[in-house]
Design a protein around this ligand. Structure first.
Ligand code: FAD
Length: 558
């Protein structure tokens, strides 16, 4: 073993980034490899609810206690990633009264602050709640930005010497004398920042310990080492609305069921979700009826959703796991707890640890448990400090307010930039150059895009998750090309064009399921702007497209 033990973490979701940070803070030499962008897997496709634990207070009280404790920690160390929205568990006339009482008792038993509101009081807080909502329990649920939080963890790890490689896929594990000693990695465009249209390379990375934090894909990595990790991937759909119909997380107060949460998130609301087991976490059907189900069911709580504009839908896959003997049939009954699989003890395959299951809200706790275990295996005694040391950007309001005045950024651009950058605002926005707004839906300025490009090379999707540029109502229609323009002159037109195509593809993927009414008109306008006016479609001729068919507009059209 080297003087400083080396650890390879596979997976750049919340769990992997949390582990990389924790281990790097304990002084280990860490490399993290992720096959796509950070948050490429489930972490970039979740609901954004920072659980107070109230959701689990009846059926799974140990998870509930973990959630409230972790939520408090994240509000402290990652304040720029968290919005303390509060949450309501609302009861409709047909919902079980007894369950409402059990929820209240459960919250009390788990030390989750809970207050009963009448229907009228609940509607005073959230005016769009249905008239027949009878009562509600107010709890401290919040909203979390998974992209920002993951990037902050990776940045913190890197600041402490970790190597973070995105677009780097593990294709094989190296096993010598029965022990896992590293991995073969394929870099999409060479190590370091991603550059489109550049050739890939392969690399052999050796390590004293390998951590498999690949979530729903953990079984695949397990296979490469000859061990069985029976993940039960379960898909769920989420739909993004164009505005915040609510400012509080709205939960339906019932035992379990699909389509029972609305989370206010940045400028939008996200409706969710469903729970259906799938074979392959990377390839499963995405059906329009799933989106319709969300809107129909959640409109029972918030009737305004029936006619509201949706801007995109997306699906994520839970990395559920239970010990093979448990044999639970319904995926909604599979535990949300996490499992640490020590392959040395479990499979006589030392050098490898897998972590599966869990929730985003408890990612830090999962990372602490894995890091404790790895340190113990490697004989390192440094303690975990991630609950105390703030993540990069975690804000100090006073410093930020002064900084915004200095940069001449006016509200709402100032407010939005501040929320995203936290105490990095000065570092990012202090520029002598002109600093126009590049993405007007989300209020992202050129300096912020440039800062993200410096991190991500030509990867505009990585710029997107860092800044939220192209994630607003127009879904990149008015800013995707302006983002690509920021790659010049460092990158040539061929690379900028390839990067723009990638961003188009990613934005289109989520809009396909939301194409009616005003969003259909928006999609057509975007198409007309980019494919024809900007000539990005190349082979498109005006008479190929029936433009009138897309003109749903405010009346909904057909
Ligand atoms: C529909 C849905 C809604 C959810 N909502 C919430 C919520 O509101 N609140 C909450 O707390 N939790 C929520 N969760 C749960 C939460 O999102 C997940 O538990 C968490 O994000 C899992 O993170 P992870 O890092 O373990 O996995 P992932 O984020 O999937 O990370 C694993 C990474 O490994 C990478 N990888 C895979 N194979 C390889 C390879 N060969 N080489 C390199 N990299 C590889 C993948 O690309 C991926 O990025 C939700 C989950 C779903 C599905």
């Amino acid at each position: 073993m080297a003087a400083t033990p080396t650890v390879l973490v596979i997976g750049g979701g919340s769990t992997g980034c949390g582990i990389a940070r924790d281990l790097a803070m304990r002084g280990l030499d860490v490399t993290l490899v992720e096959q796509g962008n950070l948050t490429h897997g489930t972490t970039g496709r979740m609901h954004g609810l920072l659980h107070s634990g109230a959701r689990y207070a009846v059926a799974d009280q140990s998870s509930a206690r973990e959630c409230i404790a972790e939520m408090r920690i994240l509000e402290d160390v990652a304040s720029h990633c968290v919005e303390e929205t509060g949450g309501l568990f609302v009861e409709r006339p047909e919902d079980d009264e007894d369950y409402f009482e059990r929820k209240l008792r459960g919250c009390d038993e788990c030390d989750i602050p809970a207050e009963v509101l009448t229907g009228r009081e609940a509607r005073e807080r959230e005016p769009y709640l249905a008239e027949d909502v009878e009562k509600a329990i107010a709890v401290p649920d919040g909203a979390v930005d998974p992209f920002r939080l993951c990037v902050a963890n990776a940045a913190s790890a890197r600041n402490r010497g970790a190597r973070i490689e995105t677009h780097a896929r593990v294709t094989d594990l190296i096993v010598e004398a029965g022990e896992v000693v590293g991995a073969e990695v394929e870099h999409e465009s060479g190590p370091g920042k991603r550059t489109h249209a550049s050739p890939g390379t392969t690399e052999r990375i050796e390590a004293d310990h390998v951590v498999n934090a690949t979530g729903a894909w953990a079984g695949r990595i397990g296979e490469l080492a000859g061990v069985d990790v029976a993940v039960r991937p379960s898909k769920g759909v989420m739909t993004v609305m164009n505005v915040r119909q609510v400012d509080t997380v709205i939960n339906r107060c019932r035992p379990k069921g699909d389509a029972d949460i609305v989370v206010p998130h940045e400028t939008t609301c996200i409706l969710g979700t469903t729970d259906e087991e799938v074979e392959d976490p990377g390839d499963y059907p995405e059906k329009q009826w799933e989106v319709d189900l969300l809107i129909d069911q959640l409109a029972e709580l918030l009737p305004v959703l029936r006619d509201a504009r949706t801007i995109r839908s997306y699906w994520g896959v839970r990395p559920l796991y239970e010990p093979p003997e448990a044999g639970t049939e319904d995926p909604t009954d599979v535990t949300r707890d996490f499992f640490l699989l020590d392959h040395a003890d479990r499979d006589a395959r030392p050098g490898l640890t897998t972590v599966v299951g869990g929730k985003f809200t408890t990612y830090r706790l999962m990372a602490e448990a894995v890091s404790d275990h790895v340190c113990e295996r490697l004989g390192v005694s440094a303690p975990c400090r991630t609950a105390d040391v703030p993540l990069p950007g975690s804000r100090d309001e006073r410093v930020l307010d002064e900084a915004m005045d200095d940069f001449g950024l006016t509200s709402p651009v100032a407010r939005r930039s501040k929320q995203r950058l936290g105490d990095r605002s000065a570092e990012v926005l202090d520029t002598e150059d002109p600093n126009p707004v590049v993405c007007s839906c989300e209020g992202v300025t050129r300096a912020e895009v440039q800062d993200a490009v410096a991190e991500s090379g030509t990867d505009l999707n990585a710029v997107r998750i860092r800044t939220r540029a192209s994630m607003g109502n127009c879904q990149g229609g008015f800013c995707a090309h302006a983002m690509a323009q920021e790659l010049h002159p460092e990158y040539d037109p061929e690379r900028a064009a390839a990067a723009l195509d990638d961003l188009y593809q990613e934005r289109w993927k989520g809009q396909r399921h939301a194409l009616w009414g005003e969003q259909l008109s928006q999609a057509m306008l975007t198409y007309a702007l980019h494919a024809t006016t900007m000539n990005r479609g190349r082979t498109v001729r005006d008479d190929d497209v029936d433009f009138d068919a897309f003109d749903g507009g405010a009346t909904g059209g057909d």
